[in-house]
Design a protein. Structure first.
Lengths: 322, 322
């Protein structure tokens, strides 16, 4: 474990933040910045329980008051994309020596944080998953990797990225450092744009229908359209993808069919829809839509998905539903 | 009132069927074929109350047993498109001298009925609306017209179409006979494909957002895409539209903004979605999608809407939702 990463602060204690904080508490001093003071008190008193793939209680330090945080070496920003700007405000002026790592779905998280401080930034995408059972308990489901890379916007040192990956691996989560995360980030962006959009609009979990292209009315055609449009945008942006998003779709569906416990069928955007929470669509299909407009690539289905999901959010806000 | 239309049978006692049966009962003998025997008994006992634009109780004859129907001169098939095949089976062999009139949304209703008998068929589209308050009470909301025309598939006599329009007008509903209904039918098809699809997927009623094209993420762009794709299909099919579907959209939204009682904001497909009932998508966006494939016209957004709504229906059937 690299000497310079002695104290980590995880911002946000959802499923991903909870998994990271609890595991990291076994190899370094782990802090959690929560939104609610009561949540912080509970974590300080009872710790953070992990079940599923691993079973233990992580001893974390928690606070809801950012000014109470001691200086830390690594900040992992594990809130929803829509909360990034607010988190940036709370972190302004803190931990000037720290490296910050974003782990949101979609594109654009790093740029939001960069507006609030000069920290070197690490980009990451995660394929692990868990379910938040309570404020103090996360079930660890998929133990797949988190990929890390330096964010070009801050020219982050590769050695720091390698050290963060090593720390996460030492904590018994899976991490892989890359020199250029962009190809992987875009593969996951396109996968998420397709899967989350279709799931949010149909309210279907990620099931076999997402690969079904048998009939003219089959849902797999919509996933295919979204994936193909995303690939066209990536190509126009000069990005060579790491994995094929359609293959990621097929693999995830197969994994879901052969196991009833490992694969979380429920895309995060469907969770937001079912809870009538603002979704991350502006960072996912919306990000691809904006890139497409910038590059002059036609993306009719991606644009429609972006707009329909914004319309769906409006149906909760305006309360016009009969 | 033409002598040959002495007895009418309305099949289906939803809002549209109820409005027609109650009004027609004032100018001829009106029968109603219901699905539930109890519903027929109630209608025979208490009549069918109309409130709103008109206020009266229509005295109708009702039965749930098609074999109990006396010979009738005009059948008006006012069930949802998905029930047409079932209704055709129930009517097989009955009223051989009758003319049958379909009044469903979308395309293809006449062809389904034609499979079950040799009746001359009248096509119609209706712009009137009502809300079914109970089994015996329909509120009459929009008193706009119903347009009728001979169906080309059976070469129906124009004089019969004119007589049916005259009968409906005599009953104080509004009807207009046309020699070719196809242009109006397609205008309404394209309007419905756009409005019902966007409403079903966002769960928004037909509100001002449907004409909003201010931002890249505005919902009006989706309506515009669906309308433009529908127009391209119509053009390829050699159909000159009667009204511009985008103008119908704008007009309906304006009407909704200036009146709180007249315009039923709630598209019928949204009613189906909220009740988790099978929608008419296969006859609306699905019909345009099929025509587009036949004619080789690209309709990416219409195809996506068709498939997403089928996926949404699947989410209720399979019960896979978490």
């Amino acid at each position: 474990m690299p000497a310079e990463l002695r104290r980590v602060c995880v911002i946000g204690a959802g499923a991903i933040g909870g998994l990271l904080a609890a595991h990291l508490s076994r190899v370094c001093e782990a802090w959690v910045l929560t939104r609610r003071p009561q949540h912080a008190e509970q974590l300080n008193r009872e710790g953070l329980r992990i079940s599923g793939k691993h079973e233990f209680v992580g001893r974390v330090h928690a606070t809801a008051d950012a000014s109470e945080l001691p200086d830390f070496d690594l900040g992992i920003i594990a809130v929803k994309a829509n909360d990034l700007d607010n988190v940036g405000l709370r972190l302004t002026g803190l931990a000037p020596q720290a490296t910050m790592m974003t782990i949101q779905n979609g594109l654009g998280a790093e740029a939001v944080i960069a507006r609030h401080g000069d920290w070197p930034l690490i980009s990451s995408v995660t394929f692990m998953s868990g379910t938040r059972r309570s404020d103090m308990h996360v079930e660890y489901e998929l133990d797949t990797a988190t990929w890390l890379g330096p964010w070009a916007g801050t020219g982050t040192d590769q050695a720091t990225v390698d050290a963060v990956a090593a720390l996460i691996n030492a904590s018994e989560l899976n991490a892989e450092a890359m020199t250029d995360l962009v190809p992987a980030q875009w593969s996951k962006l396109i996968f998420n744009s397709a899967i989350n959009s279709v799931s949010a609009l149909t309210e279907l979990p990620h099931v076999a229908a997402f690969v079904d292209e048998d009939e003219a009315s089959s849902l797999g055609h919509v996933v295919r359209s979204l994936v193909d449009e995303g690939k066209a945008v990536a190509a126009a942006a000069g990005i060579e993808l790491y994995e094929d998003p359609w293959e990621m779709n097929a693999l995830a569906v197969r994994r879901g069919e052969t196991s009833h416990s490992d694969y979380a069928h429920l895309p995060s955007m469907l969770e937001d829809v079912l809870a009538h929470r603002l979704t991350e669509v502006d960072f996912i299909a919306g990000a691809l839509h904006r890139e497409a407009e910038r590059l002059g690539v036609p993306v009719p289905v991606t644009a429609a998905a972006h707009r329909l999901i914004k319309g769906k959010e409006a149906s909760w806000r305006t309360g016009v539903k009969a």
